[in-house]
Design a protein around this ligand. Structure first.
Ligand code: NAP
Length: 303
C-alpha cells in the first residue's frame, strides 16, 4: 500500500510525485515508457520559465532524478484500469496490482493517427522526428500537420534530411508564425498548404510517397518521400480510466483547475485533463495541485 500512487511519469506525474513526497507521503509512479513522457522527444524547449534552450530530454532527466532523490519509486508498468479497494484504490497493470490511499492519474496523450491504410504496416511512417529522424539522413521526408509540433518536427528534420515538405490541410497554419518563418528560412524546406494525404503509397512494405488532394480545388498529385512524420495532434490517454472517473465528450478527463474528480482522493493532472492550454508549464502546475491535494487527502483520512 503506497500513500500516493501516480499513473504516468511525465512532467505532470513527476511533479505530483515531488509535491507528495516532499510533504512526507510514500509515492510510487507507474510509467510504461521512459520517465519524462512526451517532453523527452522535444529537441528544444524554449518556453519553460527561466530555462530557455533546454532540451526536453534534459528536463525529463532532471525531473526524474529530483523525484528519485526524494525517495519516489518509479515502476515500469502499463496501467489497465483503476477501482475502489479497501483503504483506497487499486490500479491493475501488466506488472500486477498496486494499492494506494490516494491516486493521481496523469496518463498524458497519445499521437493522433491519419487513419490511412498502411499507416501501421508500412515502414517509413513515424510520429517522432527526434526518435526516428536519423533513419532518413539525406533522404526526402514529409511532415503532415500545421501545429507547433509539426513545425518543430520539420525544423529538426531539415538538419538531417535532404528535403522536408510540410503538408497542411489549410492555407493558415495553426502553429506559431515565428516557427513557420524559421522553417521557410531553411533552404531544404517547403510547405504545401491546402493539401491533405489521401493515400500512403508503398512498395515491398516500405513507404514511397503520398497521394495528396488539394482541399480547395480537389486536384490530386503525388509526393515522393522516403519517410512520413505524422504530427496531427494528440488524443487523450484516458481510455483505461473512462469508467472510473468522468471524461468529457472528447475523452479528456473532466476536471477543473483543482484537478479533483468525483472520487475522493483521486486526482487528474496534465495534458489528459480538459483544458485550453496544453504546455509543459500547465502540466507541472497540475502536478503541483494534484500532488499537494493527494497529500492532504491522505492526511485527512489516516489509516
Ligand atoms: P495541434 O496544435 O492540435 O495541431 C494539429 C494539427 O494537425 C493542426 O494543424 C490540424 O489541422 C492538423 N490535423 C488534425 N487532424 C488532421 C488530419 N486528420 N489530417 C491532416 N491534418 C490534421 O497539435 P500539436 O501541434 O501536437 O500541438 C499540441 C499542443 O502542444 C498545442 O497547444 C501546441 O501549441 C503545443 N505545443 C507547443 C510547443 C511549443 O514549443 N510551444 C511545441 C509543440 C506543441 P487544423 O489546423 O486544420 O485543425
Amino acid at each position: 500500500m503506497t500513500d500516493v500512487l501516480i499513473v504516468g511519469g511525465g512532467p505532470a506525474g513527476l511533479t505530483a510525485a515531488l509535491y507528495a513526497a516532499r510533504a512526507g507521503c510514500s509515492v510510487r509512479v507507474l510509467e510504461r515508457g521512459a520517465p519524462g513522457g512526451q517532453i523527452c522527444y522535444s529537441p528544444l524547449v524554449e518556453n519553460y520559465p527561466a530555462l530557455p534552450g533546454t532540451s526536453g530530454a534534459q528536463l525529463a532527466e532532471a525531473l526524474t532524478a529530483q523525484a528519485e532523490a526524494l525517495g519516489v519509486a518509479i515502476d515500469y508498468a502499463d496501467a489497465a484500469g483503476a477501482r475502489e479497494a479497501p483503504g483506497g484504490y487499486a490500479v491493475d497493470t501488466d506488472a500486477g496490482e498496486y494499492q494506494c490511499r490516494a491516486l493521481v492519474l496523469a496518463p498524458g496523450t497519445e499521437h493522433r493517427k491519419l487513419g490511412l491504410d498502411g499507416e501501421d504496416a508500412l515502414s517509413g511512417v513515424s510520429y517522432c522526428a527526434v526518435c526516428d529522424g536519423a533513419f532518413y539522413k539525406d533522404k526526402d521526408v514529409a511532415v503532415v500537420g500545421g501545429g507547433n509540433t509539426a513545425l518543430q518536427e520539420a525544423l529538426f528534420l531539415t538538419g538531417v534530411c535532404a528535403h522536408v515538405t510540410l503538408v497542411h490541410r489549410r492555407a493558415e497554419l495553426r502553429g506559431e508564425a515565428r516557427l513557420a518563418a524559421q522553417l521557410l528560412d531553411r533552404p531544404n524546406a517547403r510547405m504545401l498548404l491546402g493539401w491533405v494525404p489521401e493515400r500512403l503509397l508503398g512498395e515491398n512494405g516500405a513507404l514511397t510517397g503520398l497521394a495528396l488532394r488539394n482541399t480547395e480545388t480537389g486536384e490530386h498529385k503525388t509526393l515522393d518521400v522516403d519517410g512520413l512524420f505524422v504530427a496531427v495532434g494528440q488524443m487523450p490517454g484516458t481510455a483505461p480510466f473512462a469508467d472510473f472517473v468522468d471524461v468529457d465528450e472528447n475523452g479528456w478527463f473532466a476536471a477543473g483547475e483543482d484537478c479533483r474528480t468525483r472520487r475522493p482522493g483521486v486526482f487528474v493532472a496534465g495534458d489528459c485533463r480538459a483544458k485550453s492550454l496544453r504546455q509543459l508549464t500547465t502540466a507541472v502546475a497540475d502536478g503541483a495541485v494534484a500532488g499537494a491535494s493527494a497529500f492532504l487527502s491522505c492526511a485527512s483520512s489516516p489509516l
